[in-house]
Ligand binder design. Sequence first.
Ligand SMILES: [Zn+2]
Length: 807
Amino acid sequence: MTVITPSKPKVMVDSTDRLRQPFKIPFASRANGSEKRACARMRNYDESSVNITKEDIEDEGVDGYGALVKRKKVGALNPRQVLKAQDQTEAAFRKAFKVPFIKKPIDTGITPPPPLGTRRRPILPPRALHDPTNEFAIVLYDPTVDVIPLDKSEEELNAEADQSKQDEESKKELTPPKRSAHRSLAEILGICKNPEETFNKFPDVPVVIDPKLAKILRPHQVAGVKFLYRCSAGLVDSKAKGCIMADEMGLGKTLQCIALMWTLLKQSPRGKRTIEKCIIVCPSSLVRNWANEIIKWLGEGVLTPLAVDGKNVKSSDLGQALSQWSVATGRNIVRPVLIISYETLRRNVDRLAGTEVGLMLADEGHRLKNGDSLTFTALNALRCERRVILSGTPIQNDLSEYFSLLNFANPGYLGTRNDFRKNFENPILRGRDADATDKEREKGDAKLTEMSQLVSKFIIRRTNDILSKYLPVKYEHVVFVGLSPMQHSLYNHFITSPEIRKLLKGVGSQPLKAIGMLKKLCNHPDLLNLPDDIEGCEDLIPEDYQSSCGNSGGRNREIQTWYSGKFLVLTRFLHKIRTETDDKIVLISNYTQTLDLIEKQCRYNKYGCLRLDGTMNINKRQKLVDKFNDPESPEFIFLLSSKAGGCGINLIGANRLVLIDPDWNPAADQQALARVWRDGQKKDCFIYRFISKGTIEEKIFQRQSMKLQLSSCVVDEKEDVERLFSADLLRKLFEFQPDVLCDTHDTYSCKRCTEKGQHIKAPAMLYGDATTWNHLNNSALAKTEDILLRNEAEFDDVSFAFQYISH
Ligand SMILES: [Zn+2]
């Protein structure tokens, strides 16, 4: 017996070669009756030379010998049976085969037409998401009133389009269109060929704020959202869709921006959403805060943001998340809002390159005031047209900072930096100069007006005053406190020391250290390490003085408050609050040592007090704040370090607040003040800013006021800027004027005050300008509204006070 082993089919390496060979007709061999077993095996395609196409795959129904291979194809039709007709086709099949696919493009990109029977999506006219006729509806865009301005190039384009249309029409008139014999199928079925065009013929629809937000927005917030919407929709200028939201702290900038974002994500005049994605950039400490605010206002699960603060995340995970966010489009966008810190964004900006971002909100946007910084460059590189800068203190004192901010919001709107310098900055500065001629001054004013008109379209700035409708009265005081005799002599000794003299001559190199020492001394001598810190001061220290530094004398020892003017006043304040009111008070200092001292003193007096440190985690902070705000809690003092940060801290349980020492940055102080006088406050508020009179603190305060004045000058269009400081700042800082009642008031050359005191009450108080406030000398304190300051008239520690009354 012989075993017939069928010879192995030749392995074909290249299917192109195989196909070029004369073709064996599959059914011819079947006709011979020699059945081949279907063998499923892998073919070794050389992928580099073969493009597998549809035809190729279909060809797999035939094996190397031309035998029909029965292979189950899921969902495919059964192979069609070829019955007869072999004779006619045989010749054709035996011809050398030309490979059909070799020159065909692999993917034409044309999607096949929908199979017959599939229903086309009907074209629905756009409609408003929320009912614009509702009683409480707030309409941001009304198609019957608002017109999106076209810029010139577009107008020209339109004119051209009109012209060509007219030409076509006239041609049509000349040669009547040939009637085709048959109507097309599409016509018969009413299918439109160009759905986009049909859709565009529908009129615009109103854009309405989501009713759940409309319910909670205050009137000024509605105005703010309208402003933001008009800018970002191009209703102000179609070329500039950015703007600056510069409302003061406490007016709800966050809520206004969330309302804008939510509207753009859901609506547009064409019905569909305006934007797909939004980026919120903010300091890393505020990332969580933003995420919480979104949930707070829109509700749980409505809009889940992707919050990235760069902490506790592996950089690879972070990168992946950002890349995913970046590539997602259309329905794949699950988290349309990315909240990210400036630093993280700067490091990962490459991953977001190329992504179309509909809206960017830059919180604490004054970080962008330097147009050359890495942050600015990175953010500016994002593909984003609608840019909103949020800033409580938009412009410090520099027109070029101002330019940078606007240039970020609306790139190129003011021209290049050099254009701006030439056109506006130089003439304005020249006009302000002390020795400017009248003509230069005139020109400067004109330029300032011109610039204001140009940019005021994109800036919204409201002060806290508009809150007065909802809030109780705020009495804000700048309290000038004298030094104690011990502080006085130490201060004098220090600034006349050889060390400081050297410093002023420019020999010493540590002015900051000396400034810090003086600031601490103004709070309490205990903050210094005496006698080591001040050389040769041993004789000036009273015999009974005992520093509470280093915990000498035990935990519950009394602090020697009488060695500090501020502490004397503060002790009387706390005593009066405790015995005569049920008020609560917040005490803020730049120095934790000051807080240590107060804490000790509270312990000694058995006053309940809470303290928030910068190191505390957010949960713990919140618990502490909630505890304090509870009216039932016995703690009536809240100690807060100004370095603790955390803008969201809301301390409305208290209606009194003392800033124990001034900060260089007026924004920091403003932020602190806003913790108490804000939404939800029910009692009249009393704010005190302690300044040690005649000392370095007063100079810092004067500098602050100047900064505020300069910023309000550009934003609020106030033009008179007095130069309160000359260039030799340092020498001035170390001057000591212990004998004047209030040096700051003396610089005002005030016409409302005489030797005896203020005889004309302030007619209209401007918050940023203390010259317009009430000026109270020590005896005038007796008549003030506040029981704590009234009490101070009996003592002479407070020499002077400025008083601002909100309304
Ligand atoms: Zn005055």
